[in-house]
Design a binder for this molecule. Structure first.
Ligand code: HEC
Length: 317
């Protein structure tokens, strides 16, 4: 009987531990409260616009006096790579502890943490969040690759050959890509968690839970116009979503109608032969989309190479 009792108490301690870790996991990476965007907007105009610009794209009047350009808060690649805590801490303490410029001031003396949360809420409204691409995302990573620099010679040559074929000429800048691999998890979170690049955390991400990848890139549109886009591909490399992040609603609508046609196209291992029509404008879009798609696929290939190596090392394959 006593053995049974002590077994029971151990069991309850175990249950309690399980419940607290779960609650902790849910707390991590989620906003403790919803910030007030309208107060955030007002504070941004007062404190941030001078450097970060009226629309947050980093082109405020003080830009010219700074060595380092203020961050572009509309840039999905940059902003999705920061979780809410990082943004909050940046507003209160600056970000020089993470190696960024001291020109980014600390506002902790003038603003309280409620105001800082309101600013975070406003910052979040300026860029396209990852849930827009995969509503089920619950955890994600941010990775940066210089395509063609990872893996053995066969792998690298394969990447460069495919890019030459589908993307045409690529500059070193084109080859540096930020990619967000997205995962779903059992526990639901109000906000997806940015998983830190620690071997133990990485090992816990299951390949079977991978939803796909998101990248923010620039596409060359008609009249050589640079068009910022967000591209999501699923784990089999089919296009799930392709949208422009242009501010101008009229222009964005026109581009998005064209970009939507590519959803469902593309497949792992297949040559991207996207055709949406015979008109010149269709051909310009087809070529431009094939190019960004080819770059996205190679960035995903680089991630999957690392993922395979990680699984071998952990013996989870
Ligand atoms: C005096 C100019 C200046 C002002 C004012 C300013 N910033 Fe910045 N901010 C910068 C610069 C410069 C950087 C780029 C730092 C770097 O990347 O090294 C930056 C970067 C950032 C980043 C990105 C940090 C990261 O993790 O890379 C955030 C977020 C940010 N600022 C938010 C704000 C907010 C919110 C305000 C207003 C409360 C503000 N900034 C006011 C100059 C400024």
């Amino acid at each position: 009987m006593t053995i049974f009792k002590s077994f029971l108490s151990i069991f309850f301690v175990f249950l309690l531990a399980l419940a607290t870790t779960k609650a902790k996991a849910q707390e991590e990476g989620s906003l403790p409260m919803n910030g007030d965007i309208s107060n955030g907007t007002r504070l941004y105009r007062v404190h941030c616009t001078v450097c970060h610009g009226f629309h947050g794209s980093g082109d405020g009047p003080a830009r010219a006096t700074l060595k380092k350009a203020p961050a572009d808060h509309r840039n999905g690649s940059l902003m999705n790579a920061r979780d809410d805590q990082m943004l909050l801490s940046t507003v209160l303490n600056g970000c020089h502890t993470r190696g960024c410029s001291k020109a980014m001031p600390a506002f902790g003396d003038g603003l309280n943490s409620l105001d800082a949360w309101d600013l975070v809420a406003y910052l979040r409204s300026l860029h396209m969040p990852l849930v827009n691409f995969f509503p089920k995302v619950s955890q994600y990573l941010v990775k940066q690759y210089h395509i063609g620099h990872l893996g053995n010679d066969d792998f690298k040559d394969g990447q460069m050959e495919r890019l030459k074929k589908y993307a045409g000429r690529v500059s070193p800048q084109d080859l540096t890509k930020t990619i967000f691999p997205l995962f779903k998890a059992d526990s639901r979170r109000p906000n997806p968690e940015l998983v830190p690049q620690e071997p133990r955390r990485l090992a816990r991400l299951k390949k079977a839970d991978k939803l796909g990848y998101v990248l923010f890139m620039e596409m060359i549109g008609p009249r050589k116009r640079k068009v910022p886009i967000g591209l999501a591909i699923d784990r089999n490399y089919a296009i799930v979503k392709l949208v422009t992040t242009l501010d101008d609603p009229g222009q964005a609508g026109e581009y998005n109608r064209r970009l939507e046609k590519y959803v469902g196209m593309g497949k792992r291992g297949d040559a991207p032969k996207f055709k949406t029509g015979r008109a010149k404008v269709n051909r310009i879009f087809d070529k431009a989309v094939i190019r960004v798609y080819a770059l996205a696929v190679e960035a995903a290939n680089a991630f999957e190479l690392e993922e395979r190596e990680r699984s071998w090392a952990d013996d989870t394959f």
